[in-house]
Design a binder for this molecule. Structure first.
Ligand code: ASP
Ligand code: MG
Length: 410
């Protein structure tokens, strides 16, 4: 007998028919002799609708009350699901975050899980029940309802799986696994059989949206294997798991991109100690997250500094930077919103040489100019002009041997 935690996202429980289908699926696995804990998201679109209602009422809704409101989405799903299971002749119990208890800090809207009590869930499992737990929500020290941030039900599922020492955590979603790249822009994208936590973290932070990033961090910390798979088929999906020996053989596992950042360059920055700190202090104070930073060695005691920030923060940052540039006597400030970041990710980069060169070569062959480069142990990112994003992704996908085999009919 295994203990299985399954999580179904909003599209999987979007209407009554789909909820019934999920109930049938869960019962099927239960009947094979497994104990089942099922974490559910709100029905598709519900969380957005609730947020919109709050904003119709006031511009800045009270954070505590907004969490109370948002948490109702998941309450609806677990109640309907438990009813569906019962109507099919099996026993189920729904539990909200505060009933489990899922303990969190008090940061409304982006609370972090501190601990999960297992006694109540275990009690229900011991009675042979299927347990449905509301995702995305918890309880802070003072007894207030909190939510974990958008997409947070994944994190609930992994936290429960870790606390209950479940055999596996299955994340059911509307895609059938983790792909080598976004199939929407690269038709030759391939489903991965497995991927390491570390690679998945890079892919998620670079824009792949299959799993919420905190859930991967948590899974990695507690060694919870995650099986990402489709609600609508029975096929195996992708295992997100601890690194194995074989994984290092693959140089590049995935190509990702994002168009979320903008670039800012300060020309002719006086080169003396303390300048970088002076430039970034106001940006930091404004809560703006700087991603890549590049500074060249100076010539005639002047240097250029380039960095990226999220697009929505671009104009705000430009203003702040123009002010400091004036104070420190820099020559000028330039910005560009039409950039994209393309990245390759793979554990094998640690042990293979020439990977960056191959990337630059592939981009050069398509006449794509590289504006900035950054690397980490298992990732190489290039900033390019936004309009070349799709072309860059496809050409990198082909160059690193990731294209799927042509189908027999092709
Ligand atoms: N319902 C929440 C959201 O839409 C949490 C989740 O779906 O994971 O973000
Ligand atoms: Mg999700």
């Amino acid at each position: 007998m295994a203990l299985i935690v399954q999580k179904y996202g909003g599209t999987s429980v979007a209407d009554i028919e789909k909820i019934k289908a999920v109930a049938r699926r869960v019962i099927g696995t239960y009947r094979q002799g497994n104990q089942m804990v099922v974490v559910l998201s709100a029905m598709a679109g519900q969380t957005d609708r609730l947020i919109q209602l709050a904003h119709e009422l006031c511009k800045e809704p009270d954070p505590r009350e907004l969490d109370v409101l948002m948490a109702t989405g998941e309450q609806v799903s677990v109640a309907l699901f438990a009813m569906a299971v019962k109507s099919m002749g099996y026993d189920a119990r729904s539990l909200l975050g505060f009933q489990v208890v899922i303990h969190t800090d008090a940061l409304y809207g982006k609370a972090r899980i501190h601990g999960v009590d297992t006694a109540r869930v275990q009690q229900e499992l011991d009675k042979g029940r299927i347990v449905a737990v509301a995702g995305f929500q918890g309880l802070d020290e003072n007894g207030n309802i909190t939510t974990l941030g958008r997409g947070g039900s994944d994190t609930t599922a992994v936290a429960l799986a870790a606390a209950l020492k479940a055999d596996v955590c299955e994340i059911f979603t509307d895609v059938d696994g983790v792909y080598t790249t976004d199939p929407n822009i690269c038709p030759k994208a391939k489903k991965l059989e497995s991927i390491s936590y570390e690679e998945m973290l890079e892919m998620a932070s670079l824009g792949a949206k299959v799993l919420e990033i905190r859930s991967v961090e948590l899974a990695s910390k507690y060694h919870v294997p995650i099986h990402v798979r489709s609600t609508f088929t029975n096929e195996k999906g992708t295992m997100v798991m601890a690194e194995t020996k074989d994984m290092e053989k693959i140089v590049v596992s995935g190509v990702t991109y994002n168009k979320n950042d903008a670039r800012i360059t300060i020309k002719g920055v006086p080169d003396r100690p303390g300048i970088a700190s002076q430039i970034f202090q106001p940006v930091l104070e404004a809560g703006i997250i700087v991603d890549m930073i590049i500074q060249n060695p100076s010539e005639n005691d002047r240097t250029d500094l380039t960095f990226t920030v999220p697009k929505p923060d671009f104009h705000r940052t430009m203003k702040l930077v123009r002010d400091v540039a004036e104070q420190i006597g820099a020559e000028r400030v330039m910005g560009d919103e039409n950039i994209a970041k393309v990245s390759i990710v793979g554990l094998g980069m640690r042990s293979h040489a020439g990977v960056a060169q191959k990337m630059f070569d592939a981009l050069a062959k398509e006449n794509i100019n590289i504006i900035m480069i950054s690397t980490s142990e298992i990732k190489i990112s290039c900033i390019i002009e936004e309009k070349y994003t799709e072309l860059a992704v496809r050409t990198l996908h082909t160059s690193f041997g990731l294209d799927s085999d042509p189908k027999p009919s092709d």
